[in-house]
Design a protein around this ligand. Structure first.
Ligand code: ABN
Length: 175
């Protein structure tokens, strides 16, 4: 195999003799500068993102979307996307013993309703349909209106899975 060693040695030497380090660096630099200028002007298909952002073309009563009216103060994953329903936790999880509330307008009758949000606990995070809606939401000094904490904290298992929304009544109802 000595002929192979000699062959490669000769080739390597000839490349080293015929090319300078500065020349190689210049070629590499040209490549990077070229891509930096060309890539930003390449056409990207942004149509789907724009369509989602601009479109009013969704069902406002779709309970698997953050825009659904009951979710106006919901920060969490929708249980409707996780094997549960608007009001029931998915199998294996259980509702938090404490909850927070929001006041949301129902587009069907224009009335405002008190909605109680419960976190479902005991199963690892569902990870689907994350919403962060904050109408009337308040920081932790008003705990009952605060959505940005794990309400499973009072449960045997503090593991958060998803959130359900239960309508308690119209905002004008007397207690
Ligand atoms: N109340 C929903 C939630 C759970 C865990 C962390 C933040 C918010």
């Amino acid at each position: 195999m000595e002929w192979l060693d000699n062959f490669f040695e000769k080739k390597t030497r000839s490349i080293a003799q015929n090319s300078s380090r500065r020349g190689a660096l210049a070629r590499i630099a040209k490549y990077f500068v070229g891509t930096a200028f060309v890539l930003p002007v390449l056409p990207f298909d942004r149509s789907s993102a724009n369509a989602a952002a601009d479109s009013e073309d969704f069902d406002p009563l779709d309970d698997q979307r953050c825009e659904y009216w009951r979710y106006c103060a919901l920060d969490g994953h929708l249980c409707t996307c996780c094997g549960g329903s608007i009001t029931t936790c998915p199998p294996g999880s259980s509702a938090s013993t404490v909850s927070w509330i929001g006041t949301c307008e129902n587009p069907e009758d224009g009335k405002h309703y008190i909605v109680s949000y419960y976190d479902c606990c005991g199963v690892s995070s569902c990870g689907r349909c994350y919403c962060n809606e904050n109408i009337g939401e308040k920081p932790a000094y008003r705990m009952g209106l605060h959505n940005d904490i794990n309400w499973c904290m009072g449960n045997e298992s503090e593991v958060y899975h998803c959130t359900v929304s239960i309508v308690l009544g119209t905002a004008s109802d007397k207690a």
